[in-house]
Design a protein. Structure first.
Lengths: 295, 295
């Protein structure tokens, strides 16, 4: 049975009750249009906590002017069906006015890692993310919150925000989920025509190539980036925005790849802006010690 | 017995233990140099909660260039003596590097009410306050936190931040405390010579006059402000920075005084920047119903 809350007060009452019953609380923040990637987050939360909250909120603060806030899909009934099937305890689907009431004036702002990669093309985007995540943490007070490694920059920003503001929530990063054809799951894949989707697969292929070359011992970040760029350029209809070869925690550009690396891309295909990445940790220590625990 | 913690981990461990023992937790955030105003906050916390934490931290983020960060007094031993005398359970006195470690990049930023009054002369000041208060709330996770109404703008900003970010902490505002001569207690009063202190008393006298006129029925905000301004101008050596007649919650300028009003001033006397105010609530309802509960 998934309860549905529209107000902050309802969430707090439900969480209070769950805590009184001795449950740990897990939060999966989403913008809805739940797909296999979200389901993997929900299952991780279900595994690790006794009371799972999924927030479904298309957050206006993280969309820029001219972006797809108005047209972003909002299939609430289907999303609640997914929540019910996955045993979610509480779905929180507030109106924008519940989250940003009249007089709202506060932003959680981060310098540095928010200004590059997706942040360069989407100024203010990560402030919008940090702000709504801080709010959701204040509302739900979860023990742990679950984010996809697909949104690698978002995950790094949320981890930094939690560290900087000493937010008492454990952040769990969960592996990127791909459809059978290799495309990273995304609500925005719905914007792709069949032909565009075929072309978009080059992102995955180029990144899989990068992963292979790094596993084979390549440590020169520029050679990795150039090869990804070349493969994507060879495919028509895929407009590359960036290739980044960075440390996955600090998002600082790497020259030489050390113990861990994030290779991330963003590209426009038709009307969709797509992101994808590969993440390798523990390169110096392939036994797996020193790797960040993922779910 | 006041325990003293220098690290975030020590605070969290102590608070966890207090919670396990069933205590509510109260936080009094301070920059040290504890005076009678702080003591009133500690006593309110002591009255209302079972475990009282006093943070003592001269927060660099709320000082501007050329302000008194370097010279601000830091009499830690005397402050701990006050904590012991008042039965504080835990004093948290971190180094700046514990609060702002390498790579720190996050600011809680607020528009609007932060840009006027003290914010006009101290750009960035209230972002520094909001950020450190958000951090302290994340570290201590208090049930209630205690702030002086003397710092009226700070109190309004903290309340707005808590509302906007849904921080699960009750904010308690405690009445301004005056020394016997009427000067509002402040760590910066130590900067005043005996002559400067005599001159500074005009702030209190002018505000007491404003309170009297409002109680007598004056509702024209400009007349109130002009009269305060005139009295202060008549005193040599007191350089008025602003007189504000505003709503105490929104800090919006009033034309006509309604149910509640904050009359606030800032002035330089010698090397000290002093603030003072009077706060009247429930003007339409003098029985006291509708007043905000203070401690």
């Amino acid at each position: 049975m998934t309860a549905v809350a529209g107000t902050i007060e309802e969430v707090r009452a439900a969480v209070r009750k769950a805590r009184a019953a001795g449950h740990r609380v897990g939060l999966v923040p989403t913008m809805g249009t739940l797909h296999a990637g979200h389901v993997s987050l929900i299952r991780a939360a279900r595994n690790e906590t006794g009371f799972v909250v999924v927030s479904i909120f298309v957050n206006p603060a993280q969309f820029g002017p001219g972006e797809d806030y108005e047209t972003y899909p909002r299939p609430l009934e289907e999303d609640l069906e997914v929540c019910r099937a996955e045993g979610v305890d509480l779905a929180f689907a507030p109106d924008a006015s519940e989250m940003y009431p009249s007089g709202f004036a506060t932003t959680v702002h981060m310098t540095g890692m928010t200004e590059k990669m997706c942040g360069a093309a989407r100024p203010g985007h990560f402030d919008g993310v940090s702000t709504v995540v801080a709010k959701l943490f204040g509302i739900v007070e979860p023990d742990a919150a679950y984010f996809g490694e697909k949104d690698a920059q978002q995950l790094a920003v949320v981890r930094r925000m939690v560290r900087d503001l000493n937010v008492p929530v454990e952040i769990r990063g969960c592996s990127l989920v791909r459809d059978a054809d290799g495309l990273a799951t995304s609500s925005r894949n719905a914007y792709l025509s069949a032909d565009e989707r075929q072309r978009a697969l080059v992102l995955h292929r180029a990144l899989a190539g990068a992963r292979q070359r790094i596993s084979d011992g390549e440590r020169d970040a520029k050679r990795i980036a150039d090869e990804v760029r070349r493969q994507i350029a060879d495919t028509g209809g895929v407009n590359l925005e960036y290739v980044a070869v960075v440390d996955p925690d600090s998002l600082e550009d790497l020259t030489e790849i050390g113990n861990q690396v994030l290779v991330a891309v963003a590209a426009r295909v038709g009307s969709a802006r797509l992101i994808d990445n590969v993440l390798l940790r523990g390169l110096r220590d392939r036994g797996g010690k020193g790797r960040k625990k993922t779910c």
